[in-house]
Design a protein around this ligand. Sequence first.
Ligand code: NDP
Length: 353
Amino acid sequence: MESLKTQKPILVTGGGGYIASWVIKFLLEDGFFVRTTVRSLKDKNKIKHLLSLSETYQGKLEFYEADLLKEGSYDTAIGDKGGCEIVIHMASPFFIEGIKDPQKELVEPALLGTRNVLSSVNRFPCVRRVVLTSSVASIMGDSSDAEKAPEKLIDESYWNETSSLHHQPYPYSKTVAERDAWEIQKKQNRWSLTTINPSFVLGPSLSDRGDGTSVNFMRSMVNGKFVTGVPELYMGIVDVRDVAKAHIAAALNEKVTGRHIVSAEVISMLGIAKILKTHFGNKYWIPKSLLPKFLAYLVGPFFGLSWEYINKNIGISFSLNNTYSKQDLGISYRPISETLIEHINQLAEAKLI
Ligand code: NDP
C-alpha cells in the first residue's frame, strides 16, 4: 500500500476512548509520533492506559486538552510545533440510553465538534489528510431502512434518511456530522477526506473504563439483564482492532477514498448469545431465548426502546456490504467469535463483570 510517509505526529482526537486507544497503540507500535486530545488531563482514570503507553514509547506520544464544543480548542493540537499532516477525528459522544437532551448531548458535540475540528484543519496548512470516524449509523438508521436496498444489502451509496432528533438521535448525530464534513471538504483542495463507517464495535478494550456503549452492551450479554430473553435484533459487528487498523490504512494511504462500511458480519443478539454460551457454558448469565415481540413492546420502554424503534427493528434482518473496505483499505476481518470471547475475557480481567 502506498504510504503517506509523515515525519510529523499523527493526531487522534478523543484518545481516551475505546477505539481511539487501539489506533494510538498500533500507530506507536508502527513507529509513528502520535498526538492525542483528551477532555481533561486531570482525569487520570480515563487515560492511565495511555500514560502507560507513553512510558513504553518514550517521547512518541503527546497529550493536549481539547473540547468539541469550545471553538478553536483543537488549534494547538493540530498546529503546535510544526503541526500535523494527518488528523484522525474520532471524538464524538456515543451513547444510546438515558438521553435527556439529544440536541445538546449528541448533535452539538458531533456536528459542531466536527466543524470545530475541521475549522482548525482549514487554519493550519500543514494538514493534508483527514480521516473521520463516522458510522454505519450514518448509512442506515433502522433495520427497516435496508428494505429499500436490493436483497436488503446496504452499501456506502446509502445515507440514513430516517433518523431525527426524536427517533434514533445518535444515528442522526453521526449522519449530520458526516454530511457536514463532506461539505466542508468540498470547499477546498488542500486536504483530502475519507470516512470509516464501522458497525457495532466489540472486542477487548485497552482500558478498564466501564462507561462506553460497546462495553456496556457486552456486560449486558452476561450479567443477567436479558435473562428473560433477548429481542430479535440484528446488528453488524466488527472487532475494535480491525476498526483501528482500518483508520490507520485510511490515514496513511492517500489513494483511499470515500466512505467505508467496516463490518465483519451481521448477527442477531441471540446469535451472539449462542457463541458466548458455546464457549463459556454456564459461567455467566447468558440469554438462552428470544423475547417474543409482544413482550418487547411491553418491556421495551424499560430498556429504553420506543415502540417506533421496536416496529422498525425487531425481527428485521439485513446485510452490510463490506467489499469496498476490504479492497480499498486492504483489511481482513477477524471471526466474530474471537472478538466476543476476547472481549468477555478482558471484561472479566478488568473486574467489570
Ligand atoms: P467512547 O465513548 O469510548 O469514546 C468517545 C470519545 O469521544 C471519548 O474519547 C470522549 O472523551 C470523546 N468525547 C465525547 N464528548 C466529547 C466532547 N464534548 N469533547 C471532546 N471529546 C469528547 O466511544 P467509541 O470509542 O466507541 O467511539 C469513538 C468513535 O467511534 C465515535 O465517533 C463513535 O461515534 C464512533 N463509532 C463507534 C462505534 C462503536 O460501536 N463503538 C460504532 C461506529 C462508530 P472522554 O474520553 O473525555 O470521555
